[in-house]
Design a protein around this ligand. Structure first.
Ligand SMILES: [Zn+2]
Length: 110
């Protein structure tokens, strides 16, 4: 919940700072390893946007694949889910380097 409130605040703040009156759409990137359900974000976003200039804006959610560094293979590998083994060597000596974030990619304003 706090994540999406922060996200909405950020969007609203930066839009207001730039002199816009209304946020009409927001694109969010959610990492596949973030453990955040898109449905949860949608719901929280709607609640957080209420009575702000982002109210009634459309939320677009894009999923970003996870990436980890495998110490066994010595290279970056794709991870579909947190807790998965390395797809190359089946090892678990992994360090997540991408895919556990929630990021505002783009906003549309009026
Ligand atoms: Zn590996």
């Amino acid at each position: 919940m706090s994540i999406s409130i922060d996200t909405v605040n950020l969007v609203v703040e930066s839009a207001q700072k730039q002199g816009f009156k209304k946020v009409t759409a927001v694109w969010l990137e959610i990492g596949a390893l973030s453990c955040i359900e898109p449905e949860t974000i949608e719901f929280c976003y709607e609640m957080a946007a209420r009575e702000t200039i982002a109210e009634h804006s459309t939320l677009h959610i894009e999923s970003v694949a996870g990436q980890a560094y495998c110490f066994t293979c010595g290279k970056d590998v794709v991870l579909k889910q947190r807790g998965n083994a390395c797809p190359t060597c089946d090892g678990f000596q992994l360090k997540v380097i991408k895919g556990d974030e929630l990021r505002v990619k783009e906003i549309e304003v009026e």
